[in-house]
Design a protein around this ligand. Structure first.
Ligand code: ADP
Length: 573
């Protein structure tokens, strides 16, 4: 008998055993996985076929594939069978699971609960949640226990459902719920706050609306007041006799009232541009732009009063404008423009010019007889030893005529002043107009060529101031002799009218231009006869017209240049 095996034999035997173990393990795995339909086994009773592919096989495959863990336990709680899923769940290899008591895989604090559950499981179908403890893992699971009748007796089947995802989901849900609740609380709080804020705001809004309404009413009252003030102001500006203009700081006109338009001769939409218009100073010299009162006020900020300038109108006549200018300042005190008033002072200026001219004429008129009187007196002084010589007498007469002339001039001047002040008094009486004129004619110093021819009703009697009426006729006749020297005949006619008598003095002299006729009876008015100089003060016709008006009569002239003139007056009888 061979008792001891060589090392080689042992190695070979070990190899064979190893192969057989592997074969057996593969067979078991194949059986478990359902890959083997049946087994042929050699028994003492001969060859026997054990079929594995029966109705259980489907369930075995199903159990292996299912997502839940599945184990069967015996009465001692030892694991008789476990699917791979359960082993996976507790992260242990299957061989370390099968044959082990199940409580080994239960967390210590759940072991008692498991025990109770298992005891109940043998009696009835029961379920409970516990926590399993595996290889470094804790797993919440639902344990469903049920007894199973198997061929070799009753066992307890346990289906283990992994609750970790569910628990996680629950945990997340709980957290989310808490968050939601928190958010809800915040929302509730906000809502409450919002509600009270809204209430507060509504009250404030109402108060503000009321205040606003009050303000609007006040504002509209103020606006009405302003509008009415503005309308008044506008009306004042529109109807003012003074022109008003507003200018910006660059000198551009921004407003002109109607009178300013009229004075400055502006078209409908035209504005006054003082930089483009040609203006003149009172001495007739051109006014430079920088000398214009608007330019002065805008550059210096000074107030200007009665600054007189002249412009030449379309009719080529000079118009005189008096300007007042005041600067407009902004809140910083800088010049922002100016307000200007315009006044047409053409009449005032012409009056002044006329007076200047009159003074010069009057002085000249007085100078001639006074010079002549002085000469006569000097001559007479030299001849005082021979007072009865003819030359002396001639000088005396000349002196008398000069004194008369001076007296006449002074008389005219005094009369003109009196007339202007309405101080004329009449000494009326009845007299024959024809006789009065007949007496005057020889006193009039006509030149040799001229003849005064009187015609008309000899018996016409008037009730008037004879001296003053004679003064009028003398003035007419003197003018005819002076201004119509070429007229050989000077006709004087007396015509009766209804309740009046008309006296006309007609000459065939140079006549008077039509545009001068309306002014002939004005004070100081004289017609310029080209280069011919006539002595006179321009007062005779003015005094005549005042005398006739005082008598309640009419005075007038008809004249045609080159044909002669007819000066007439009529007074009531
Ligand atoms: P004066 O003769 O002193 O200038 P008047 O008042 O008597 O003043 O006359 C005013 C002007 O009327 C005169 O300067 C003259 O130019 C004009 N005039 C008057 N009479 C005649 C006339 N018969 N013919 C032409 N011009 C006349």
């Amino acid at each position: 008998m061979k008792s001891t095996k060589t090392y080689q034999e042992l190695l070979q035997e070990n190899e064979e055993l190893q192969l057989r173990l592997e074969e057996a393990t593969d067979t078991i795995d194949a059986i478990r996985m359902g890959n083997i339909d049946g087994l042929i086994v050699q028994t003492d009773k001969g060859t026997q076929l054990y079929t594995l592919r029966n109705s259980d096989q489907t369930f075995r495959i199903f159990i292996e594939q299912m997502n839940e863990g599945a184990v069967t336990l015996n009465h001692d709680g030892v694991i008789l069978y476990s699917n791979s899923r359960f082993a996976d769940m507790i992260c242990l290899p299957l061989e370390k699971v099968i044959g082990q008591p199940f409580f080994l895989f239960v967390m210590p604090e759940f072991k008692e609960r498991w025990k109770t559950l298992m005891t109940a499981g043998w009696e009835d179908n029961v379920k409970d949640e516990i926590i399993l403890a595996g290889n470094n893992i804790q797993l919440p699971v639902l344990m469903s226990l049920k007894t199973l009748m198997l061929e070799d007796g009753v066992s307890l089947s346990v289906v283990i459902t992994d609750l970790s995802s569910q628990k996680e989901a629950q945990r997340i849900l709980t957290r989310k719920n808490a968050e939601l609740e928190h958010a809800q609380n915040i929302a509730l709080h906000l809502n409450t706050t919002l509600e009270s804020t809204v209430q507060q705001r509504t009250i404030e809004l109402k108060q503000r609306t009321e205040e606003l309404e009050r303000n609007i009413i006040q504002k509209s009252d103020v606006e009405k007041q302003l509008r009415s003030n503005e309308e008044h102001l506008q009306l004042i500006l529109e109807t003012m006799a003074e022109g008003i203009g507003i200018f910006d700081k660059k000198g551009k006109m921004t407003y002109a009232n109607p009178m300013a338009r009229k004075i400055l001769r502006l078209g409908k939409n035209e504005l006054y541009n003082y930089k483009k218009e040609q203006h003149f100073k009172l001495d007739g010299k051109p006014l430079e732009i920088k000398e214009h009162p608007i330019a002065i006020t805008l550059s210096s900020g000074s107030l200007l009063f009665d600054f007189e300038i002249s412009i030449i109108s379309e009719s080529k006549e000079a118009a005189y404008i008096s300007i007042n200018a005041a600067p407009l300042k902004d809140t910083n005190g800088s010049i922002d423009g100016c307000i200007v008033t315009f006044m047409d002072v053409t009449h005032r200026r012409k009056d002044i010019l006329q007076k200047d001219e009159f003074i010069s004429i009057a002085s000249h008129e007085l100078k001639t007889p006074i010079t002549s009187l002085k000469a006569s007196l000097q001559f007479m002084n030299q001849m005082k030893e021979q007072p009865f010589s003819s030359v002396y007498v001639e000088m005396l007469n000349m002196a008398n005529r000069s004194v008369d002339k001076v007296c006449d001039l002074v008389e005219d001047l005094l009369n003109a002043t009196k007339m202007k002040e309405g101080q004329i008094t009449l000494k009326k009486g009845s007299f024959s107009m024809y006789e009065a004129i007949e007496e005057i004619v020889p006193r009039i110093g006509t030149n040799t060529k001229q003849k005064v021819i009187l015609s008309g009703n000899k018996s016409s009697i008037v009730f008037a101031d004879r001296n003053k009426i004679e003064q009028v006729i003398v003035n007419f006749l003197n003018n005819a002799i002076k201004y119509a020297a070429s007229s050989e005949e000077i006709m004087v006619s007396i015509e009766p009218l209804n309740n009046a008598i008309k006296v006309s003095v007609i000459d065939k002299g140079p006549g008077i231009p039509p545009n001068k006729l309306p002014h002939l009876f004005d004070r100081y008015f004289r017609v310029d006869f080209n280069s011919i100089q006539y002595s006179g003060l321009g007062l005779g016709l003015y005094i005549s017209s005042q005398i006739i008006k005082k008598h309640g009569g009419d005075i007038g002239v008809e004249s045609e240049p080159g044909k002669g003139s007819c000066f007439w007056f009529s007074i009531p009888v």
